[in-house]
Write a protein that binds this ligand. Structure first.
Ligand SMILES: [Zn+2]
Length: 197
């Protein structure tokens, strides 16, 4: 199995398009191979999943919430990032520490990372994958974010296997269960990877 970077030019020039890609190479000049979505080996999915999960982890650090920092990245079928988000108050709304430190005020003002990413991606979210860090469950979505993700046309949700303390897990349990029910019925693929492989 190849472990080459599909964006590496050498990978394109060395690639043999002779077998399963016959139908593609027949109509395309060899200098212009099809986009990754057309031919990428499934084995490479996990490598890219981990890259985008690490990006979501990085983006989570931008949140000003002192207790919960979540990051989300939306990626289209050609692995182009079309939206990013972290949990925070709406643009222009004063995000003072005193508001974050009062749980009730924070909950009423905050926009979740996933919803921010969906809003940023707009129409480009159709057919895309959303990566969320950290995971409180599978899928790593609350009910409202699951609704937004489904309605935006996102088809796959990826997170690490949940690794949260039991109090946090309990707080999110019913939210995650409902989100899972909706994602199941709506036909979204849910993928989780061990965080430390
Ligand atoms: Zn949410």
């Amino acid at each position: 199995m190849t472990d080459k970077d599909p964006f590496d030019f050498d990978f394109f020039s060395e690639r043999d398009f002779g077998d399963e890609n016959d139908h593609l190479s027949a109509s395309l000049p060899s200098l212009f191979p099809p986009f990754p979505s057309a031919w990428i080996a499934p084995q490479q999915d996990e490598k890219w999943d981990r890259r985008f999960l690490e990006l979501a982890r990085h983006i989570s650090s931008w949140s000003k919430d002192p207790s919960t920092k979540v990051g989300a990245v939306i990626v289209d079928i050609d692995r182009i990032v079309v939206g990013m988000g972290y949990n925070g108050f709406p643009r222009g709304v004063r995000d003072d520490p005193d508001r974050y430190n009062d749980r009730e005020t924070k909950y009423s003002l905050v926009v979740h990372a996933e919803l921010n990413a969906v809003l940023a991606a707009g129409i480009q979210a159709r057919g895309s994958t959303i990566y969320v860090y950290p995971s409180f469950g599978i899928p790593p979505l609350c009910t409202n974010c699951a609704k937004a993700v489904i309605q935006a046309g996102i088809t796959r949700v990826v997170g690490y296997e949940p690794a949260v303390n039991s109090a946090v897990a309990e707080r999110w349990r019913s939210e995650i269960e409902t989100a899972r029910l909706m994602c199941d019925e709506a036909g979204l693929r849910m993928t989780s990877h061990a965080e430390f492989a």
